[in-house]
Design a protein around this ligand. Structure first.
Ligand code: HAM
Length: 517
């Protein structure tokens, strides 16, 4: 590197990574307000907060959200714990030498002697014997698939001996983690259902645009265990709408659907019919939808491509294929929403982009967000806990996109929070400074936001500064005020002034608050 280039590098200014951003005051006051409201509303519905790691085993998300989904197949931030160069399925890194080490680690007791590991070691030993012969005799494809299988086993053992790290991912969502925690902490032994909520960052490597970030924030809630009574679905949606109402979100629209359950006479039957119908129109569809006919036909219904809309309108609809139980469940969810006074619209195309859903699905859109207008998504996911090796468990929940909620509030003018100081203390002289410090302490204790300048300023300059900071009052402390024991409080909006004793000050401020609220 030339000297000039090195200098330039040293002077590099750093910026937040694409798709991530800093949230700054005064906007963060609105974030806090929204989060406080979530804490309040959710606790009135009996939910408790769960705080979780932001990274988890990659496999947890692959299994829960689904390997074919965009989230898992394209968007996760995945890395390997530890420093080894091994990678699963990059077989040839794992030499027979490593394999022999694994086998001897197992025999020395360094790898736990579980039935699974014993079988893996057996198969590795067997493969080791065969591999030299196979290389000469088998077709390259057969040989490759054999080596691949053997490497997966080796990788697993290498992980158990701490020679390689586990693959981990930054969480793209939190439902899988909540289910993992439910199982890990034996929550099925608690009174059911268990109601949990969370707030925090999620990570998806999506193309950034308005309302779509690579680090974004969700406020979510999950109900695990107990029954799948439609009253639960309706109540969780009612809670959500109560929350949106409390934060004054305008123009929110709730869409609901039922996608049945994954049995022969319900969704599976429908997916087959859908697939057949899609095959008929395949050449009129774009490449993404064409690919999805095989990998995930339901997702074709999600397509936003203008040219596909007319075709999608003619496809078979799930509502016509629900089994009797799912039909009754869905009808009852709608009735219960009506009983609760929750307005909804049905949307037969609402299938959601994650694999774990069954029966009720819902989404809420809000204005002011452009194409990324879903401010919340959720649904029922009975069976997910079981899929993650837990007991059979009912589940339902939702996640609100907090970034989008804030954007929508700001666009509708509901996003202004007062961020100015309550009181700016303008002081002059050493004696006044000591009084100012005491006043600041007492006012802060009473809950007021106070700015105390660390250096003496002329009163004119101090008042200008108070104005810039959006202060409501300036407390003026000069030599006269201190010696007379009468402080001057100036209301900055109208320029009026009062002389107040120290003990009258708090009472006066309280009265002012009552007048303005
Ligand atoms: P989701 O639909 O993938 O569902 O995400 C929920 C919400 O998170 C979306 O409606 C959107 O507001 C927000 N969101 C998603 N991706 C981004 C992004 N890149 N930038 C900004 N906001 C985004 C889930 O995550 C499920 N875990 C919800 C759930 C909970 N289902 C049952 N329980």
């Amino acid at each position: 590197m030339s000297d000039a280039t090195a200098k330039k590098e040293e002077r590099r200014k750093f910026q937040a990574i694409r798709g991530t951003r800093d949230l700054l005051p005064p906007e963060t006051a609105l974030w806090n307000h929204v989060e406080q409201t979530a804490h309040q509303v959710f606790s009135t519905f009996g939910f408790g907060e769960i705080r979780q790691p932001i990274f988890e085993p990659t496999e947890l998300f692959a299994r829960a959200v689904g390997g074919e989904t965009d989230i898992v197949s394209k968007e996760m931030y995945t890395f390997k714990e530890g420093t080894s160069d091994f990678a699963p399925n990059q077989g040839r890194n794992l030499s027979p030498e490593v394999a022999r080490q694994m086998v001897s680690s197992f025999k020395n007791g360094e790898i736990p002697n579980t039935p699974g590991n014993a079988t893996a070691v057996d198969r590795i030993e067997q493969t080791l014997k065969e591999i030299t012969i196979a290389q000469e005799r088998l077709s390259p494809e057969t040989f490759d698939s054999m080596v691949e299988g053997y490497n997966v086993l080796l990788y697993r053992l290498a992980y158990l001996t701490g020679q390689v790290g586990e693959w981990v991912s930054l969480r793209p969502e939190a439902t899988a983690s909540v289910c993992r925690a439910y199982i890990e902490h034996n929550m099925q032994q608690l009174p059911q259902p268990v109601k949990l909520y969370y707030l925090g960052p999620m990570f998806r490597r999506e193309r950034p645009q308005k309302g779509r970030y690579r680090q974004f924030y969700q406020i979510g809630a999950e109900i695990l265990g107990g029954t799948d009574a439609p009253g639960i679905d309706a109540e969780v949606i009612e809670m959500l709408m109560t929350f949106f109402d409390k934060v004054s979100l305008q123009g929110a629209t709730l869409y609901i659907n039922s996608i049945g359950h994954n049995a022969d006479n319900c969704r599976r039957g429908y997916v087959e019919k859908l697939k057949a119908a899609l095959e008929q129109v395949k050449d009129k569809l774009g490449p993404d939808s064409q690919r999805r006919i095989d990998t995930n036909p339901l997702r074709v219904l999600d397509s936003k491509l203008e040219s596909e809309q007319a075709i999608i309108a003619t496809l078979p609809r799930i509502a016509d294929h629900l089994c009797d139980e799912c039909k009754t469940h869905y009808a009852e969810v709608k009735r219960q929403l009506e009983v609760r006074g929750v307005l909804y619209q049905e949307n037969w195309r609402l299938v959601r982009g994650l694999d774990y859903y069954m029966r009720t699905t819902f989404e809420i859109t809000a204005p002011g967000l452009g194409s990324q207008n879903a401010v919340c998504g959720g649904g029922r996911y009975d069976g997910l806990v079981e899929l993650l090796a837990g007991p059979p468990t009912k589940g339902i929940g939702f996640a609100i996109g907090e970034d989008r909620l804030i954007l929508s509030l700001q666009e509708s003018g509901k996003g202004q929070a007062h961020q100015g100081r309550d009181i700016y203390i303008a002081w002059m002289g050493e004696k006044a400074y000591a009084t100012a410090i005491r006043a600041a302490k007492d006012l802060r204790k009473a809950g007021y936001s106070v700015e105390l300048p660390p250096l003496e300023q002329k009163f004119g300059k101090a008042l200008g500064q108070a104005d810039k900071l959006g202060a409501k009052f300036a407390l003026i402390l000069g030599e006269n005020e201190v010696s007379e024991g009468l402080w001057t409080l100036k209301t900055l909006s109208d320029g009026t002034q009062q002389k107040l004793t120290e003990s009258d000050l708090l009472e006066f401020l309280r009265q002012q608050e009552k007048v303005s609220s």
